[in-house]
Design a protein around this ligand. Sequence first.
Ligand code: DX5
Ligand code: ZN
Length: 217
Amino acid sequence: MTMQITPSILNADFAALGAEVARIPSADWVHVDIMDNHFVPNLTFGPTMVEALARSTSVPLDAHLMIENPDREAPAYVEAGCGSVTFHVEATKAPVRLAREIRAKGARASMALKPATPIEPYEDMLAELDMVLLMTVEPGLGGQKFLDLVLPKIRRARSMMDKHGVETWLQVDGGVSLETIERCAAAGADVFVAGSAVYSADDPDAMIAALRDKAVS
Ligand code: DX5
Ligand code: ZN
């Protein structure tokens, strides 16, 4: 399995985002947390900002929409240049329709689940998704403690994907660090978001390599 590291810029310096992204050339994706102050109690970027960021780097953007109306807003993030767009299942009114729309517009379609949201109801739509994001903290803030209680869900999601023979990636987001990444990888995750772990390191790009080493070990 290919292990991918997708640093989140939530804990980067927002006054120098272009330079911050230039510090992580070996990232597989740049994870961009979109928060609307309604779905989560925090406010970040919109599509105009994301479009400027997409122009500033050759690393593809992985947008994580923590917003109330992804059915209406998600297409704008594909148009802004994101290679992957993740919506929350707790917020969408029509997950199959939205996943198809994101794919039809040319991006990878991904669906996120908060820690207490079960994966089982969505088993039959896995083939509609290029990635499933399992949150390992409650969404809204960087720097929170990894929730071990999500590990069994990661294992169940991986076995469902194996059973259905789908190519869907399994991403984890929240509290992923040198200390926790091996547990996630052992449970079956293959795409790892790391925010504070990467941007609090003296050398963020070296931290990506260190995380990758732990994930494959
Ligand atoms: C949290 C965001 C995460 C966050 C991760 O709501 O979705 O992407 O930036 O930050 P860390 O890695 O510090 O938990
Ligand atoms: Zn995120």
